[in-house]
Write a protein that binds this ligand. Structure first.
Ligand code: ADP
Ligand code: MG
Length: 326
């Protein structure tokens, strides 16, 4: 018998198999033939096709923005990943799936059904912020407040947890991808150059920052001249990019502020003491901890492995699955 945990993210799917740990970590991308609707590739392989696909091959992110854009494709993706993670042997695993906290009941049911079709014996669904907190090593079972800000690809979840449950949570559609778009827009407006999503993400990871730290990092960027249409290379600095990223980063700060204002004062007092934990790949954008700390005046920590802590959290929960049986 194998129990598995799945972090079904807007950007990445991470799968944890009990007794083995994390066995799969791939982008949540599916390539389909737009005429026949046939699935051509999933995950890493499909990602290679993004932005480079000829006419009739379409690469899609079915979990885009934290809502399921396409039930069928999501099902096909889950099926592919589960089979890849556990092999095609005749075992009926119990599956714990973490999904973005803003999905609807209909979407939840669709995810459960898709997982059941892969042969699962039983499917459990948990909300991502709770599992992220557990994966980041927080003890959320005590009557004491914890705050988690999970910055994913499509959504940021801000949640306050206590006594094992979510006291307050909000999901915002500003996250990792938003900063990629900000970079694309900035370079287009300022340098009259067109770049693709991948390039934007590379720039973000290499020199992106949401907090002015007086570093003088810069990067050479290749793209297409917006006016002549010809290839072009420019140099971008961290400093010039920072204001372009700061605007949306501040929206996350304001949402976190609002969340702190809405919770009972005892819980805010706990958070002032213990701080906020940042999870999700988006929290790796340089300057986020400093920005939140300065603006909210509380300690801020980034989880040890922001990209995999939800999957690791499922690993912890898999040892206590009976507690999730309702
Ligand atoms: P989701 O849970 O929505 O699938 P993830 O937690 O996997 O999202 O995070 C994906 C996001 O993290 C992407 O937008 C990606 O660009 C971003 N990301 C990953 N690594 C870094 C990094 N080193 N710096 C900045 N952003 C990063
Ligand atoms: Mg996530």
């Amino acid at each position: 018998m194998k129990d598995i945990g799945i972090d079904l993210g807007t950007a990445n799917v991470v799968i944890y198999v009990k007794g083995q740990g994390i066995v799969l970590n791939e982008p949540s991308v599916v390539a389909i033939d737009s005429e026949t609707k046939k699935v051509l590739a999933v995950g890493n392989e499909a990602n290679e096709m993004l932005g480079r696909t000829p006419g009739k091959i379409k690469a899609i992110r079915p979990m885009k923005d934290g809502v399921i854009a396409d039930f069928e494709v999501t099902g096909a993706m889950l099926d592919h990943f589960i089979k890849k993670a556990i092999g095609k042997r005749l075992i009926k695993p119990r599956i714990l799936i973490c999904c973005p906290s803003n999905i609807t009941q209909v979407e939840k049911t669709a995810i459960v059904e898709a997982a059941e079709r892969t042969g699962a014996r039983k499917v459990f669904i948990e909300e991502e912020p709770k599992v992220a907190a557990i994966g980041a090593g927080l003890d959320i079972s005590k009557p004491s407040g914890n705050m988690v800000i999970d910055i994913g690809g499509g959504t940021t979840d801000i949640a306050v947890l206590s006594l094992g449950g979510i006291v307050n949570s909000e999901s915002i559609r500003i996250a990792g991808n938003t900063f990629d778009s900000d970079i694309i827009k900035y370079i287009k407006d300022k340098h009259k150059m067109v770049i693709g999503d991948r390039t934007a993400e590379d720039i973000k990871k290499e020199i992106g920052s949401v907090y002015n730290n007086d570093k003088e990092e810069q990067m050479e960027v290749k793209g297409r001249d917006a006016i002549t249409g010809l290839p072009k290379t420019i140099t971008i600095t961290q400093e010039e990019l920072e204001p372009a990223l700061k605007e949306n980063a501040m929206k996350l700060v304001r949402a976190a502020k609002a969340a702190l204002e809405q919770i009972p004062p005892e819980l805010s007092a706990d958070i002032v003491d213990k701080g906020i934990i940042l999870t999700g790949g988006g929290s790796l954008l340089e300057g986020f901890p400093q920005l939140f700390k300065e603006e909210l005046n509380v300690p801020v920590f980034v989880a040890d492995s922001p990209l995999t802590c939800v999957a690791e959290g499922t690993g912890v929960l898999l040892d206590h699955l009976e507690l999730l049986e309702h």
